[in-house]
Design a binder for this molecule. Structure first.
Ligand code: PLP
Length: 438
């Protein structure tokens, strides 16, 4: 990396003036909607494994895993090696006209992990791309435009995906642009709520031309909300009985994060379509919508002008990085690591935060963990904890509709000492903020 070790998180002098100057420069050139500068964010310049460093020389343990992307760690050597080799040969191809050969290699490797023996995939560059492709696939396969989605869901912000995202903050300014075919049901986290949601889904499917039911097996940005066991399987049966496809949005949960390749697997569910992204590209933009041939062949064969494609689809560097990620996933047994490290983290957090003021619940699966904070004293306590943790050398993300959760989605390459160090910082931040929550 550079001459000073990244393993020394907080000893370097904080130089807010320099950070401010990056912030000032950004404010002059980027749309003001994009970056929240009010919290004096660090401007990242380097990252490796679990550590990131900013332009002012400070470093952090990244327990957000860069929105869950760095599941194999930042700059995983297998990813870097694949990208470097590919960059020396071919940087850009013509996705759907003269396909880069490496796209075939990547799709074959991905197919080996998917739950269908004849998996077919449409690649994209972002999670939103994958969701758009899945919604279009469902429309073609069923001939029905309607969609059931869930409150609190996050499926992306492009117009099709946004219609399914269940947070009014993102939807409200664009309501008139969104399809009026999407219906949102409460996302259940308890058995009685699951019964109600299934009943309402059944009623909607009977009444309206619903072609897709889209669900995150665990709501990520919604605050690590885990549905009761059996809900996904019943939702799938309900969708099928009503003539709709079940789309599992595994963009956050997939590729090992929850301790299984796909979170659906833990529930014994093989959905009709799976969306993946984030971790899949090892840090490069890469996403996928996959299904069995029977479902995906709802798309017509291309006769030279594909009806769903884009300039950078199957980008050679993205596919190389994806192959590097899959190399790491397999060789370094990242899924197993996520399961083991996740249970350990849950155990530590539950014991350290037992009886702690303001802590409502500690929950998670694999390396997707959340601490929900309650009480009335602090607005968006998850965000306040995340900010406090940042000051102490740890990156954690606020989540939940009201910012009531602090979420951890660290890389699975985390060493035991890094796990302990990060959790210790988090517990300190929660104790400090929690006392103000009651
Ligand atoms: C479950 C889920 N689906 C879709 C998306 C959208 O992905 P992207 O931001 O890459 O478009 C996200 C992003 O956080 C996500 O968590």
């Amino acid at each position: 990396m550079s001459d000073s070790p990244l393993s020394d998180p907080t000893t370097l002098p904080d130089r807010p003036s320099r950070r401010r100057s990056w912030a000032e420069r950004l404010a002059r050139v980027e749309s003001r909607n994009v970056t929240f500068l009010g919290s004096h964010p660090p401007f990242w310049t380097e990252a490796e494994g679990v550590r990131v460093r900013d332009a002012a020389g400070r470093s952090w343990l990244d327990f957000g895993g860069a929105f869950g992307v760095a599941f194999a760690g930042h700059r995983n050597p297998r990813v870097v090696e694949r990208i470097t080799a590919q960059a020396a040969r071919l940087i850009h191809g013509m996705g759907d006209i003269h396909p880069p050969a490496i796209k075939v290699e990547f799709l074959e490797r991905l197919a080996g992990l998917l739950p269908w023996s004849d998996a077919r995939t449409i690649l994209g560059l972002s999670g939103s791309d994958a969701v758009e492709a899945a919604l279009k696939t469902a429309q073609l396969a069923t001939g029905r435009p309607g969609i059931i989605a869930f409150e609190g869901a996050y499926h992306g912000l492009t117009l099709g995906a946004l219609a399914t995202t269940g947070r009014s903050h993102f939807r409200r300014p664009f309501t008139d642009r969104l399809t009026d075919h999407a219906r949102h049901l409460p996302f259940p986290t308890a058995s009685a709520e699951a019964e109600l949601a299934l009943e309402r889904a059944g009623a909607l499917l009977a009444r309206e031309p619903i072609g897709a039911v889209i669900v995150e097996p665990i709501q990520g940005r919604g605050g690590v909300r885990i549905p009761p066991s059996g809900f996904l399987a019943r939702l799938h049966r309900c969708a099928r009985a009503g003539g709709a496809l079940l789309i599992a949005d595994e963009i956050f949960t997939g590729m090992g994060r929850t301790g299984a390749t796909f979170a659906c697997e833990r529930e014994g569910v093989v959905p009709d379509l799976i969306c993946t992204g984030k971790a899949l590209g090892g840090g490069l933009p890469l996403a996928a919508c996959s299904g069995s041939a029977a479902v995906m062949d709802a798309w017509p064969s291309s006769t030279g002008e594909a009806i769903h494609t884009s300039t950078f689809l199957g980008h050679p560097l993205g596919c190389a990085a994806g192959l590097g990620f899959l190399d790491a996933l397999e060789s370094d047994r990242l899924t197993d690591r996520a399961r083991t490290l996740g249970s350990r983290a849950l155990e530590i957090l539950r014991s350290e935060l037992d009886g702690c003021d303001g802590v409502a619940e500690v929950r998670g699966q694999g390396l997707m963990l959340g601490v929900e904070l309650g009480g009335r004293g602090v607005r968006a306590p998850g965000a306040v904890v995340a900010q406090r943790a940042l000051e102490l050398g740890l990156i954690a993300m606020p989540a939940g509709e009201r910012g009531e959760v602090v979420e951890l989605t660290p890389p699975a390459v985390l060493a035991d000492e890094e796990l302990e160090e990060g959790l210790e910082i988090l517990v300190r931040a929660i104790r400090a903020v929690g006392a103000e929550c009651v």
